[in-house]
Design a protein around this ligand. Structure first.
Ligand SMILES: Cc1cc2nc3c(=O)[nH]c(=O)nc-3n(C[C@H](O)[C@H](O)[C@H](O)COP(=O)(O)OP(=O)(O)OC[C@H]3O[C@@H](n4cnc5c(N)ncnc54)[C@H](O)[C@@H]3O)c2cc1C
Length: 479
């Protein structure tokens, strides 16, 4: 019997798991996919927003500003990457300048006290490739960028170190309330008993809630965002996050420097029917190119290395919905977590535990907040690299030539605390395949290493989700 079962291992479920692991409780995280954070948490803009934009007084405003602050501590505790870029919101004429001043007031009300206005020329001194059409910007120095997927992994690893259990490939298909507990039924048929349930199931929150509630207090309306990624050769072109003025559809198409040196361009914001498919479209790609003209006069589109899309779990509730169910005691919604959910995640976890769950037991004395991460082999000094190769010769075998990732790093991604045996799982953990050729060279080598390390046949190794093998049949059989 668990005290709390958390459904969903995105950034919200994993940060809640870490927050709860500070208490002497029995906690389990269930994830339907074969890896953590495969949905919204893996496909977003990666911005730790300052909190300038949400409507004052909302949970989005309060938890965004608090979350931004908490990331500073998380950077050290969890060894997560955090790029302190700052941001500019760009205005082009007098009427937009008026809107920018209103946005600055909103930022101040929300508690973003370092927000300030700059003339276009002042901004171009700091960001030379900002469009010449910019007449004024709102500067937001506390804006940062992270690697969202790694934050979720780090939070879960740390939660596991502190006693939390995690089961992947564990889709919740039914929940039965019993006298004072719940029975959770998984797709495999397994039944799990718990006193409380926290639903952090993203785009499927309304689906999970409907397993228990007659009147779910919100519906989720998926909204797709499409992106281009520029190669690291574009790294020197932009150092700030660049936003246009926000509209009712969201923050608009942005320019976002990434922690690994790439530049992200997007996202669009299109309502979609399907909660499953996040593919890019010619219309979305064309819209990005058009909208970017508001931010920069020239973008090197020839440096695009890939495109992708993510689906926001926007809800009819118009704010984060973080409450105990009004119908079923012991069932907690953490729903409608669209942007700025990545930023707010650590504050959402803190708010849930302190204000909603109101945990009454004292914190564990032995909670260990630290998750250590080994530095990338290539970032080490030549002496340190030589020393590592001496201890493990697999450090001397470069598998991903673009990102200079070694065989030893791939092996450790397979066998880590939250290790994984898919091509994309290794790309996310070790960055093998994350460079210019996008795995064209190293994918087959990674595949062989996964097969060797797991003892599985080559044609059973998945690219991403279950049943996505990239080798199907042998075409050249040696006689
Ligand atoms: C295009 C886009 C851009 C964004 N940009 C930003 C940004 O720059 N900054 C920012 O702060 N926020 C941003 N966001 C918002 C942010 O990404 C999300 O708020 C955040 O990732 C939500 O995390 P989550 O854990 O709630 O959802 P998810 O990451 O979707 O995780 C939910 C998990 O629940 C699992 N699950 C669902 N049903 C079940 C079931 N039945 N059984 C078991 N598991 C289940 C899913 O498989 C999934 O892993 C953006 C979002 C999008 C889509």
């Amino acid at each position: 019997m668990y005290d709390y079962v958390i459904i969903g291992a995105g950034i919200i479920g994993t940060t809640i798991a870490r927050e709860l692991s500070k208490y002497p409780l029995k906690i389990l995280v269930l994830e339907k996919e074969n890896d953590i954070a495969n949905h919204q948490t893996t496909a977003n803009s990666a911005i730790i927003h300052s909190g300038h934009d949400p409507k004052p007084g909302t949970l989005k405003a309060k938890l965004c500003v608090r979350g931004n602050m908490l990331y500073i501590a998380l950077e050290k505790e969890l060894s997560i990457p955090l790029l302190k870029t700052g941001a500019f919101v760009v205005a082009h004429d007098q009427s937009e300048e008026q809107m920018l001043m209103q946005l600055k007031n909103r930022a101040t009300i929300n508690g973003v006290h370092d927000a300030h206005l700059l003339s276009g020329d002042e901004a171009r001194l700091q960001e030379p490739n900002l469009t010449k059409k910019a007449t004024m910007v709102l500067s937001l120095p506390s804006t940062m960028v992270t690697y969202p997927w790694e934050v979720a992994m780090a939070a879960l690893e740390n939660a596991i170190t502190n006693g939390v259990s995690f089961e992947k490939n564990s889709e919740v298909v039914a929940i039965h309330p019993e006298e004072s507990d719940f029975s959770i039924v998984l797709k495999s048929g397994k039944i799990i008993k718990t006193h409380h349930i926290i639903s952090a199931s993203g785009i499927l929150s309304d689906h999970i809630a409907a397993m228990l509630e007659r009147d779910v207090p919100y519906t989720i309306h998926p909204r797709k965002g499409e992106y281009y990624v520029l190669d690291r050769k574009a790294k020197h072109l932009f150092s700030h996050v660049l936003y246009p003025l926000p509209t009712e559809k969201g923050k608009g198409v942005l320019i976002v420097p990434q922690v690994h040196g790439n530049i992200l361009l997007g996202p669009t914001s299109t309502p979609v029917e399907s909660k499953d498919t996040a593919s890019t479209t010619p219309q979305g790609m064309a819209q990005i190119r058009e909208d970017l003209k508001r931010l920069a006069d020239s973008i090197p589109f020839e440096l695009i290395i890939r495109s992708f899309a993510g689906i926001r779990a926007s809800s009819s509730y118009d704010d984060f919905y973080i409450q105990e169910s009004k119908e079923v005691k012991g069932f907690y919604h953490v729903a409608g977590i669209d942007s700025p959910g990545l930023t707010a995640a650590p504050a959402i976890a803190e708010y849930l535990v302190q204000e909603v769950l109101k945990i009454s037991v004292s914190k564990k004395e032995q909670f260990n907040p630290i998750r250590k991460k080994q530095k990338a082999f290539y970032s080490l000094s030549p002496e340190d690299r030589k020393a590592l190769i001496k201890t493990d010769p697999r450090y001397g075998n470069i598998i991903c030539k673009c990102e200079k990732i070694t065989e030893a790093e791939i092996v450790s991604a397979i066998h880590g605390v939250t290790g994984n045996d898919t091509i994309k799982g290794i790309k996310k953990r070790a960055r093998a395949g994350g460079g210019l050729c996008q795995g064209g060279y190293c994918e087959s080598l990674v595949l062989k290493i996964i097969a060797r390390e797991t003892g599985k046949p080559l044609n059973s190794i998945n690219y991403y989700a279950e049943n996505t093998p990239i080798l199907v049949v042998e075409t050249k059989v040696k006689k």
